[in-house]
Design a protein around this ligand. Structure first.
Ligand SMILES: Cc1cc2nc3c(=O)[nH]c(=O)nc-3n(C[C@H](O)[C@H](O)[C@H](O)COP(=O)(O)O)c2cc1C
Length: 137
């Protein structure tokens, strides 16, 4: 597994200050049809794992369960961006991690149906000076 580099971890910490970080998750169905969503709740829960709250996501959940493939873009204004390739690990619906997300979403009056965990594979830069460069694998 890949330890997420510090500069990428900095964009994936939990907390209010991360609201300015845009996080997009792309998946694909069994025919290869791509599907991308924005995720406010996406964060790193350790150096090798991303997680997000299932609030509305339906197609994304189905795609992850079916094809396992995940591609995340994290972007912070003006020019900092990374692409993270990963794969579906599991959906958690009880325990400490789930409770953490439930409590966080309660602040916004949102219900968390579950927490999806994504194992990190490869990480690339997606902004200048050298977009497309592999920085972890
Ligand atoms: C700023 C913002 C943050 C969002 N955060 C989440 C989230 O954390 N979890 C979620 O399930 N959907 C979130 N959504 C909605 C998703 O982008 C998506 O439209 C929705 O989950 C439906 O996904 P689906 O097309 O895979 O069914 C967010 C939307 C916006 C605009």
């Amino acid at each position: 597994m890949v330890p997420i580099p510090k500069e990428v971890m900095d964009l994936l910490k939990p907390g209010e200050e991360q609201m300015e970080v845009v996080k997009v998750l792309a998946t694909a169905d069994e025919k290869g049809v791509p599907h991308a969503i924005i995720l406010g709740s996406l964060m790193a829960i350790d150096e090798e794992t991303l997680a997000f709250a299932l609030v509305w996501a339906g197609t994304t959940q189905k795609n992850l369960e079916t094809t396992k493939e995940a591609c995340v873009i994290v972007y912070k204004h003006p020019m900092t961006a990374y692409r993270i390739q990963g794969f579906f690990e599991e959906i958690v619906t009880s325990g400490g991690l789930f409770d953490r997300f439930v409590d966080e979403l309660k602040k916004y009056n949102l219900e968390c149906r579950g927490v999806i965990k994504i194992k990190v594979g490869e990480i690339y830069t997606a902004g200048p000076p050298a977009p497309g460069q592999k920085i972890a694998c």
